[in-house]
Design a protein around this ligand. Sequence first.
Ligand code: ACO
Length: 431
Amino acid sequence: MPTTLTSDVANLDYAGKPLSLPVITGSEGEVGIDISQLRAKTGAITFDPGFGNTGACRSAITFIDGEKGILRYRGYPIEELSEKSTFLEVAWLLIKGELPTGGQLAGFTDAVKHHTMVHQDFGRFFEGFPKDAHPMPVCAAAVGALATFYQDPETPPHVEDSVTRLIAKMPTIASYSYKHSIGQPFMYPKNSLGYASNFLHMMFATPCEEFEVNPVLAKAVDLLLILHADHEQNCSTSTVRVVGSSRANLFASIAAGISALWGSLHGGANQQVIEMLDQIEAEGGDVQTFVNRAKDKKDNSRLMGFGHRVYKNFDPRATILKKACTEVLGTLGIKSRQLEIAMKLEDIALKDDYFISHRLYPNVDFYSGIIYKALGIPVNMFTVMFTLGRLPGWIAQWLEMRSDPDTRIVRPRQIYTGATQRAYVPMSARP
Ligand code: ACO
């Protein structure tokens, strides 16, 4: 059902001037008050730090009901997609709007396979980074640099090529950023392998040694990518939209999204979760003491992997990942001390008044790091894994934003709180 403008209005009385604001209703009954005329009619703006109450766009891609713990891509529940689909199928769904037919998926898979290599000159680009460079800024820089290799005008067929190139080259770029950090030669993609297997091959094979990809590992990576594929207007996706709203190209917009994702309150949290679990273990495994510190406002510690701006019930991705975590570790015969601590932490936190009253539940990052660890993915690559997964979501949102006739360059206002006009003080008169 398309988004409709209902006949309902919200009435505002500001400084004695009544104003009727149109109400917009989404297909799932979400209600937004359209304040786009507010400043023109009253001179006032809205104030909403962190944009927690601001709808910045109409979107038909992902639906989240944070109160009920619902996540759907294009109407399909995440539980079903994660069980029945592959990542490339989900990528197509997000970008094109419908599940692919057999022919469409075969064509898309083939196109992706034939764009996996990066330009030979591009490989040299990595040599300029310090050896200990974190792979996230390396990925951001590399994706931004793709714009220098593909400078075609933004016509629909060229944009379609850019989309395929990004999805195809991202695992290559991600694994190159890792190989660079450990001083190993880059591995060329192997097009006989599936998307996740190819990534694992480029990460772990060397010119001296093949890497036999365990299908359990490849399936787990595919699942992780699906779970991260989109999450409506989160920080990095909004960044992609904001940058793209200035007509910056797709590569530049996605590079900005990668930078936003790197932050520890966003995609960087998966790395922080593992570091937190290791810290708890190093301090003797006292989970209760750490929970107490996370509640203490004088202590900077937070329970990483807990809490979410939108989910005030459980995060459905965390539920899927907790199950997958136990299964993958069981199949691989891995006994994880981190998983034991994480489950204890979750158990204590979910019974604790502070976490109950603040409605803080495990989010997607709480268990993802434990699986990555079991798969042999190094900790500094966790957020890069998130990037690989989120890529189709960013692309879908960028395309939607570009084709939306309501899109304007993003330019928020502010409430100025600085000095009012004052006389200039010459240098000789300054203290
Ligand atoms: N541990 C302890 N207290 C917390 C936590 C936490 N993980 N998260 C929120 N709180 C508390 C805050 O101290 C605050 O308490 P107060 O109202 O008593 O002052 C209250 O809960 C609200 O917190 P905010 O930071 O205002 O909530 P916001 O919606 O802005 O932030 C966020 C959400 C950033 C995810 C936050 O919960 C957090 O920092 N979590 C840990 C980091 C994390 O796991 N990030 C990954 C998120 S998922 C993703 O990006 C993929």
